[in-house]
Design a protein. Structure first.
Length: 195
């Protein structure tokens, strides 16, 4: 029997001025933090599924015990560094505790459904990696079939928060078979929230 895959959700404690800061500059930091708190709660309810293990990668590390997270979900600290450092750590740490493929998503993508995760995991059946692209040039999901040993080039020289993030990440996966699934968008600004 194949090991159960893991879905890691990257979450940031929903504190005003510390989460969704670009959105907060437009709609107010308290409102942005309120939106994020409720978005995370809805997302986690929707993504509970016996097909995969749901794990939270929490920032800051001091928020591991925050009451913002469901008490029954396992948590790991994101640690320091840029987004690539933190996702690499989530792959390696997740693989130390659980066998099987791992997918990582952000918590600020309202349209994610279990069907999207099913498609990503199915793609890992015949590919080494999977990405869920976003229309802004980034991506909302990355998954590895063998997460314990991510390629040394993965997340190297990625221009985060730009239209180049997906292309740069694909360059770091060169030599591996990579699938791309559905395009979804995150919420960074008020226009994204309206959409």
């Amino acid at each position: 029997m194949a090991p159960r895959p893991t879905l890691v959700v990257m979450v940031k404690e929903p504190r005003p001025g510390r989460v969704k800061t670009r959105l907060g500059r437009e709609i107010g930091h308290v409102t942005a933090a309120w939106w994020m708190r409720h978005q995370v709660a809805r997302l986690l309810r929707r993504l509970r599924n016996p097909k995969w293990r749901l794990v939270l990668a929490v920032a800051p590390d001091t928020a591991l015990a925050s009451p913002a997270w469901p008490a029954d979900l396992p948590r790991m600290a994101q640690g320091g560094g840029d987004l690539g450092d933190r996702m690499r750590r989530a792959f390696v740490t997740g693989a130390q505790h659980h066998r099987g493929p791992i997918c990582i998503i952000g918590a600020d993508i309202p349209a994610i459904t279990p069907a999207h995760i099913d498609r990503a995991l199915a793609a890992l059946g015949s590919h080494d990696a999977v990405l869920g692209p976003a229309s802004d040039g980034g991506y909302w999901l990355i998954g590895l079939k063998r997460p314990a040993t991510p390629p040394g080039t993965l997340f190297t020289d990625v221009r985060w928060s730009t239209e180049h993030a997906l292309t740069d990440t694909l360059a770091g996966l060169r030599g591996l078979s990579v699938a791309q699934i559905d395009m979804l968008d995150d919420v960074d600004e008020a226009a994204d929230l309206r959409r």
